[in-house]
Design a protein around this ligand. Structure first.
Ligand SMILES: NC(=O)C1=CN([C@@H]2O[C@H](COP(=O)(O)OP(=O)(O)OC[C@H]3O[C@@H](n4cnc5c(N)ncnc54)[C@H](OP(=O)(O)O)[C@@H]3O)[C@@H](O)[C@H]2O)C=CC1
Ligand SMILES: O=C([O-])CC(=O)C(=O)O
Length: 266
């Protein structure tokens, strides 16, 4: 049985608990949220998993695994100290690692704690193939992210185009993954994950489009190198609770927990 503490009780966290609440091999002992979210998360968790505690931190408890489904600040606040103290961790907010130095900080914390941090594939696939291809040498990785105009609300795209008036697919950004992450941090998880698995933030080319013709989050990747090449298109259905987040992200967290908890891992 795997004793898990989870940071975050939003679209992903709730989706994960819903899918795993009847699995006897995965037990959520604790959900961590900010002080301001305690009441709301408490009510949600009581309904889903009545035996799970809700708190603002680990406060001395030592889960088998700490999983982050919360955001950038949670990595600094909870994941780094947990790694330092030897608790294995998983991270879903991979976009946060596009901040200079944070990926190194995570790795060093895990080294000091003699443990491991796993970056989850989230909304994108083929991370296994890309990361294996890197061993032989990659020449090019190009990522195109296409989302409905509504998914670009509250981002710099609002200054580039009138999102409500768009009638055709429009490029709102073209450049490196590092620049994409700086401008669009909440939509940068896929770009950052592809970069970390592949050619890095400065050599991964990114194009972002607002497209009134799609209802899904469409992620397209083209990679080539010594291994040959691949092309991948993911059409991710967004979560009702957060249109910026694809449902596959929830499934990727559940898969990762299943792989840790069960005898067969795939
Ligand atoms: N890897 C990938 O492919 C993807 C990654 N993501 C990332 O996953 C993360 C979660 O997404 P989602 O569930 O949709 O987001 P939501 O906004 O729905 O939920 C976030 C949850 O985390 C909590 N939270 C925020 N900051 C902290 C903190 N410092 N400590 C503890 N809890 C905190 C929030 O609490 P409160 O509401 O009280 O503030 C809320 O419960 C985001 O960072 C997102 O960018 C999303 C999609 C794909
Ligand atoms: O599709 C998703 O779930 C989120 C996304 O594009 C990203 O953060 O890169």
């Amino acid at each position: 049985m795997l004793h898990v503490s989870m940071i975050g009780c939003g679209a992903i966290g709730v989706g994960v608990m819903e899918l795993l609440k009847t699995d006897p091999e995965v037990v959520f002992d604790l959900v961590i949220v900010p002080q301001s979210g305690l009441e709301h998360a408490g009510a949600t968790v009581r309904e889903l998993c009545p035996h799970t505690r809700v708190d603002v931190g680990l406060n001395g408890s030592r889960p088998d695994l700490l999983i982050e489904c919360a955001g950038h600040l949670a990595i600094e606040e909870h994941i780094i100290p947990a790694l330092e103290s030897g608790i294995p961790c998983m991270v879903v907010s991979v976009g946060a690692l596009s901040e200079y130095g944070l990926a190194d900080k995570l790795e060093q914390a895990a080294q000091r704690g003699k443990t491991q941090v796993q970056l989850l594939s989230g909304a994108i696939g083929a991370i296994d193939a890309l990361s294996a291809a890197r061993i032989g040498g990659l020449d090019s990785v190009v990522y195109t992210g296409r989302k409905p105009p509504g998914a670009w609300k509250d981002t710099p795209a609002e200054k580039v185009v009138d999102l409500d008036a768009l009638t055709q697919a429009t490029v709102i950004f073209e450049g490196t993954a590092r620049e994409a992450a700086r401008l669009y941090p909440k939509n940068a998880n896929v770009a950052a994950t592809l970069s970390l698995a592949g050619l890095g933030l400065d050599h991964t080319q990114v194009r972002l489009l607002a497209d009134p013709g799609v209802t899904e989050n469409v992620h397209h990747v083209e990679a080539s190198g010594a291994f040959g090449g691949f092309e991948l298109t993911m059409r991710g259905k967004p979560l009702a609770a957060n249109p910026k987040t694809s449902a596959l992200t929830v499934f990727s967290v559940v898969r990762a927990l299943n792989n840790r908890a069960h005898a067969l891992s795939i």
